[in-house]
Ligand binder design. Structure first.
Ligand code: APR
Ligand code: PHB
Length: 393
């Protein structure tokens, strides 16, 4: 068995694992990233594309902000379409000038891979059967299988950044781990198309037929979603049926200007709220989707992962460079406090904008009233805006 030694062993080469590895490497802390799949597979996944300003700052600190700043679009407002009209949430006005950056997660991940390669960072792809050992000791280690052999990585700390289906959360004993979960009774059917976005800013739409979202990756690439029954499959939705349903859920003047075209990607994503506590067990720290999932309404998935990485990065830097463990000791509590606030916001937006299969007249009237209240109150708009651009770390 080959054995290598590192300070921080990171499981998962998604945005969480790569960003942490990049930040630590720049501070002289050694990491090894073990990724189950190939780089092309990881980069083939289409995910959300709205970055909080705090996340964008972390990318800059990691030395990965140049393309994001050149190609990403600053958005200082979003629309909510409801009852046939469009109302705008002025993010900048209600947050003292904050905004979000529209830049695809796939591009974030591509930039992180490039930065890791430029620094000769160790990212081991196709690392299978990762297993975690001796988490409660000062000398934990990982094993993985590759090219027909078993390899071992000795570490000071292990970071589980291996997504919802990864191995690291499962390594925490069930009498220690507490899981909270809510699965919503619908999914989002998403389409990517090489068309001009219907609006320069995102439109979240509440409609009697169900939720819809008009988003984008650039001024040439649109991303649209419609709420569908969770039992639907993407194959059963032709492009024509998708465009017709999307248009039916938008205000008429918006629908009339919507440019349609062939879909270049079409898939259905389930909606789930999930949190695992604690986020630390011995020398293992969980980060990102490994510890929590939000429904996509509000675009908090990647951004919640980023706040974990922020706390973990500073905790590890304080440990290695300042001999101070306070940050690591407080990691789980601090990360979870922010995670739960992102959960609350995503749950609120999901409940506000979707058609629930069992909803009664009273539920729908309360949704309408919630929206009327939002657009009649500066306090309510400020609450929406500060959450949308991201609460402070
Ligand atoms: N061993 C090694 N790698 C693994 C394992 C395993 N057992 N299981 C999963 N992985 C890898 C996956 O292949 C994936 O590349 O871990 C990575 C996890 O990446 P993501 O699922 O993207 O999770 P994360 O990096 O936390 O990213 C934050 O927030 O809401 C989301 O869409 C958002 O994906 C984004 C996420
Ligand atoms: C996206 O562009 O994919 C997107 C944007 C905003 C969301 C969710 C997804 O809330």
């Amino acid at each position: 068995m080959s054995v290598i030694r590192t300070q921080v062993g990171i499981i998962g080469g998604g945005p969480s694992g790569l960003l942490l590895s990049q930040l630590l490497h720049r501070r002289g802390i050694d990491t090894v990233v073990l990724e189950k799949h190939s780089r092309d597979y990881v980069l083939g996944r289409i995910r959300a594309g709205v970055l909080e300003h705090g996340f964008a700052n972390l990318m800059r600190e990691a030395g990965c902000g140049d393309r994001m700043d050149a190609e990403g679009e600053i958005h200082d407002g979003v629309y909510i379409a409801h009852q046939g009209r469009m109302d705008r949430v002025d993010l900048a006005r209600h947050t003292g000038g904050n905004s979000v950056l529209v830049y695809g997660q796939t591009e974030v991940t591509r930039d992180l891979y490039q930065a890791r390669a430029d620094m000769d960072g160790v990212v081991i792809h196709n690392a299978r059967d990762v297993a975690l050992f001796d988490l409660k000791s000062a000398a934990p280690y990982l094993t993985y299988a590759k090219d027909g052999a078993t390899h071992r990585v000795d570490c000071d700390y292990i970071v589980g950044a291996d997504g919802f289906h990864g191995a690291s959360r499962k390594a925490i004993p069930s009498d220690v781990l507490r899981e909270y979960e809510k699965v919503y009774p619908f999914g989002w059917l998403g389409v990517l198309s090489e068309t001009k976005p219907v609006s320069p800013e995102l439109i979240y739409a509440r409609h009697e037929r169900g939720f819809a979202l008009c988003s984008m990756r650039s001024q040439l690439l649109s991303r649209y979603y419609i709420q569908v029954p969770i039992t639907d499959t993407a194959a059963q939705w032709s492009d024509d049926a998708f465009w017709a349903e999307l248009k039916s859920r938008l205000p008429q003047d918006v629908a009339e200007t919507l440019q349609t075209g062939p879909s270049i990607e079409k898939s259905i994503a389930p909606l789930r709220s999930f949190v695992a506590e604690p986020m630390r067990y011995g020398q293992l720290f969980l980060a990102g989707d490994a510890a929590h999932i939000v429904p996509p309404t509000g675009a908090k998935g990647l951004n919640s992962a980023a706040s974990d990485i922020h706390y973990l990065y500073h905790g590890l830097v304080d440990h290695y460079l300042n001999d101070d463990d306070a940050g690591l000791d407080a990691y789980s509590e601090k990360a979870l406090a922010r995670v739960w606030k992102a959960q609350r916001f995503s749950w609120w937006m999901t409940n506000l904008l979707h058609r629930f299969p069992d909803s009664e007249d009273v539920d729908q009237q309360l949704q309408r009233t919630d929206l009327d209240y939002l657009f009649s109150s500066d306090a309510a708009l400020a609450s929406m805006a500060e959450n949308y651009v991201g609460l402070p770390y």
